[in-house]
Design a protein around this ligand. Structure first.
Ligand code: DC
Length: 219
């Protein structure tokens, strides 16, 4: 891994996606949204009627969907079997089901392999839950974003339609619990990550702070 790899981990609503894209844009790097990959596999399983409560059924079919993942921070599209699923993977149904699918070890093995291939020699910002711990333990810089439950729920509510802050808070608490207690590669902060609490910061401030860390650590 010769180029720069910035690992951006943290729970949903911590501001990872917007910050990661902004950082990639500012530094002229590629961008990889690993959550979109878990969502795309989940979307495919729901379309095929796979029983998501049965990990063996999910494991048996997880190699079937052909994934195409874009790494342009301005337009990171994602396709499954030739269909653009950038919109559908953000649906409530996928969001509710994705933690169960991403807890299945075979799914993780497949997607972590794919993520490492895409990262290749680097020059990329990678966002997820296990980037600093599992996918890219040698990353040049590891950031772990956090924010208060209130701030996270408010941000998610502003991004979505037809939901309330209360509903989002409950949904996030459920997903955090599942993502951080699963046996394989749970959401966790790497020992050498820099923790950044984004609660009092706006997006530009988060980006500026990470760019400052990149400069300080890497140049
Ligand atoms: O970041 P997101 O909300 O789009 O991620 C969707 C789900 O995918 C998340 O609830 C857990 C899973 N995920 C994961 O297990 N590992 C990653 N590196 C990224 C996401």
């Amino acid at each position: 891994m010769s180029g720069l790899v910035v690992a951006m981990d943290g729970p949903s609503g911590s501001g990872k996606s917007s910050a990661s894209r902004g950082i990639a844009r500012a530094l002229g790097l590629r961008y990889l949204d690993t959550g979109a990959m878990y969502r795309a596999v989940t979307w495919w399983m729901l379309e095929r009627g796979v029983d998501l409560a049965d990990p063996a059924a999910v494991a048996a079919r997880c190699h079937e969907p052909a994934l195409e993942i874009g790494t342009d921070p301005d337009a990171p599209g994602i396709g499954v079997d030739g269909t653009d699923v950038s919109g559908p993977i953000r649906s409530k149904e996928v969001t509710r089901a994705v933690s169960a699918v991403s807890a299945v070890p075979e799914v993780r093995r497949r997607l972590v392999d794919l993520q490492r291939q895409i990262i290749g020699t680097g020059d990329i910002v990678v966002e997820g839950r296990d980037i600093g711990t599992v996918v890219a333990p040698d990353a040049s810089l590891k950031i772990y974003l956090t924010a208060s439950a209130d701030a996270r729920a408010r941000r998610r509510t502003a991004e979505l339609t037809g939901t309330s802050t209360e509903e989002q808070r409950a949904e996030m608490a459920r997903r955090d619990e599942l993502d951080s207690t699963r046996k394989t590669d749970p959401l966790a902060m790497a020992a050498d990550a820099v923790e950044l609490d984004t609660t009092p910061l706006d997006l530009d401030e988060v980006i500026a702070e990470v760019l400052r860390l990149v400069k300080e650590r890497i140049t």
